[in-house]
Design a protein around this ligand. Structure first.
Ligand SMILES: NC(=O)c1ccc[n+]([C@@H]2O[C@H](COP(=O)([O-])OP(=O)(O)OC[C@H]3O[C@@H](n4cnc5c(N)ncnc54)[C@H](O)[C@@H]3O)[C@@H](O)[C@H]2O)c1
Ligand SMILES: *[C@@H]1O[C@H](CO)[C@@H](O)[C@H](O)[C@H]1NC(C)=O
Ligand SMILES: *[C@@H]1O[C@H](CO)[C@@H](O)[C@H](O)[C@H]1NC(C)=O
Ligand SMILES: *[C@@H]1O[C@H](CO)[C@@H](O)[C@H](O)[C@H]1NC(C)=O
Ligand SMILES: *[C@@H]1O[C@H](CO)[C@@H](O)[C@H](O)[C@H]1NC(C)=O
Length: 350
């Protein structure tokens, strides 16, 4: 009996050891978020400790020398799961046979650049990358868009990849979600894992609505509504919301650089949840394709909703009661996304 179990164990272990590597693309790979992100991915924090990885690093041609430095450092980490690193500036190389794509690179706002011109430049980038996903990636690829304006870039990429299900595209609002979670935890005097089910609604911008009406805090083993645990309604309805909404700007002001460590952590959380699912009884925030069937939000937007994930498939958590305070804020951020989408679509068809 014992030898049979030992034999079975060895077979299972051998099967794991020989697991096929997955191909994971990170764009903007020479940038500061990628610098914090690549190590976590390559050491198994996202796709599992038994999953070998081929990392594909895409950036623009002038950044190729920098990318070589990143490749050297990844090699120097001597990570057993990292089977190959492929730096490139070509989409046909970068998007080939992908299992996961993390699109971090985008056009940054330059001094004096009009918002419309910035959006136009980003539509061009995400149209090209969407088309490349459509042509070269696996049809089951999971795509996470981080580069701003993340929601609209994600929509453009998905529209440019008609052969890949829209459900396989999402954009990052997990950083905002984590910020909200941590703010509540600090106020309630607990660690952040004791706070569950905060929600970020809408756009990843200052109109986003961080909502804790459905959040709970675990106090000495008892689940208590966040409003009860924090005991300060005016803070939750005021400074809490604006702190989360303005956090990105506050980090830039202090650091003279945008959030990178926390953004990378949020990317890992988001992708790991897609891969392995959300814990029972918990939901997370993700920008996903709105079909018009959830919370009266217009269809054809990438809007951040509360979702649960099972078997690599997300579902919006429906039927949470929404009060008037929340309703108005959810609609304001939706209106912003509709306006941005409509402008972006004129560039897409041009
Ligand atoms: N959604 C979120 O929560 C969130 C949070 C933080 C940052 N962001 C956004 O993430 C993006 C990256 O931030 P960062 O701090 O790493 O910026 P960064 O400027 O340090 O790096 C961006 C990299 O992208 C590259 N790049 C530009 N266009 C590209 C293209 N077409 N293909 C491939 N690579 C391209 C640049 O060359 C650069 O190396 C920014 O748009 C930022 O606003 C989003
Ligand atoms: C939506 O959020 C993104 C990311 O912060 C921002 O760049 C964009 O301007 C916002 N959209 C609008 C219409 O304000
Ligand atoms: C609630 O929070 C606000 C803002 O941080 C603070 O000024 C106020 O004293 C708090 N009220 C209570 C009752 O703790
Ligand atoms: C999980 O998803 C795959 C692919 O969509 C599907 O074939 C499979 O039946 C699903 N498994 C479960 C348990 O739902
Ligand atoms: C991605 O698409 C596949 C079908 O190709 C589907 O089975 C899977 O559930 C989708 N993933 C997500 C995250 O929705």
């Amino acid at each position: 009996m014992l030898t049979l179990l030992t034999a079975m164990y060895l077979v299972v272990r051998a099967a794991y050891a020989q697991a096929e590597p997955i191909r994971v693309l990170v764009t903007g790979a020479a940038g500061q978020i990628a610098y914090s992100l690549l190590f976590s991915i390559a050491k198994g924090d996202v796709f599992g400790k038994d999953q070998p990885i081929i990392l594909v690093l895409l950036d623009i041609p002038p950044m190729l020398p920098v990318l070589d430095g990143v490749v050297m450092e990844l090699q120097d980490c001597a990570l057993p799961l990292l089977r190959e690193v492929i730096p490139t500036d070509k989409v046909e190389v970068g998007f080939k046979d992908l299992d996961a794509a993390i699109l971090v690179g985008s056009m940054p706002r330059k001094e004096g650049m009009e918002r419309k011109d910035l959006l136009k430049a980003n539509v061009a980038i995400f149209k090209t990358q969407g088309a490349a996903l459509d042509k070269y990636a696996k049809k089951t690829v999971k795509v996470l868009v981080v580069g701003n304006p993340a929601n609209t870039n994600c929509l453009i990429a998905s529209k440019s990849a008609p052969s890949i299900p829209k459900e396989n595209f999402s954009c990052l609002t997990r950083l905002d979600h984590n910020r909200a979670r941590s703010q509540v935890a600090m106020r309630a005097g607990v660690s952040s894992d004791k706070v569950k089910n905060v929600i970020i609604w809408g756009n990843h911008s200052s109109t986003q609505y961080p909502d804790v009406h459905h959040a709970t805090v675990s106090l000495s083993g008892k689940e208590v509504p966040a409003y009860e645990a924090v005991k300060n309604d005016s803070w939750l309805r005021g400074d809490f919301i604006s702190t989360v909404q303005q956090r990105g700007a506050a980090v830039i002001k202090a650091r003279k650089l945008s959030s990178a460590m926390s953004a990378a952590k949020a990317i890992c959380d988001h992708m790991r949840d897609i891969w392995f699912g959300t814990p029972d009884g918990e939901f997370v925030s993700m920008g996903v394709y709105s079909t018009g069937n959830s919370y009266g939000i217009s269809d054809d937007l990438m809007y951040s909703f509360p979702v649960t994930i099972k078997n690599k498939t997300w579902q919006v958590v429906n039927a949470l009661p929404i009060n008037d305070f929340s309703r108005a804020k959810m609609d304001t951020t939706a209106a912003e996304l509709i306006e941005e989408r409509d402008t972006a679509l004129t560039f897409l068809s041009a």
